[in-house]
Design a protein around this ligand. Sequence first.
Ligand code: VGL
Ligand code: ZN
Length: 181
Amino acid sequence: MEALIIVDMQRDFMPGGALPVPEGDKIIPTIEELIKKFEQRGALIVATRDWHPPNHISFKEQGGPWPRHCVQNTEGAEIVVSLPKDTIIISKADKPDKEAYSGFEGTELAEILKEKGVKRVYICGVATEYCVRATALDAIKNGFEVYLIKDAVKGIKREDEEKALKELEEKGAKIISSAEL
Ligand code: VGL
Ligand code: ZN
């Protein structure tokens, strides 16, 4: 069984949002094509979302590195790609005092994937050097075969994005393009 994991494609991470990933919106059509393709393949579709309480530790006013973003039940936290009805939504970093970049951290994601018999995961979304990276590393640690779809991810900084892709490849992820699927 395969799963497509769409990481944090939320309004606040798009241009004009609170914590924009440059050109984050450019990968929306690519991801929507991938969703269609993976639905046809009978794959599981998973979408993670950053789901912070208003006083989250990662916010500048709490001493953290980031402007306030993806606050639970606000427009900024909305997912901007059209998702099939049966998509599994994983909310993360939803406790005030804990940061979680990875979709596996503090969630049931590993258990859900294992229970559904998933062996291989395909990862896309934002931001490449933060939540995509952390999610892919945890997927590797959990024993999944990991494919990173390079034209369906975007990073905040170009150099950091390239570093992250190299690291993921060294750790066993396969870097592919959506055209290969
Ligand atoms: C993310 C910074 C803060 C991400 C989330 O989704 O990559 N980055 N919170
Ligand atoms: Zn966040």
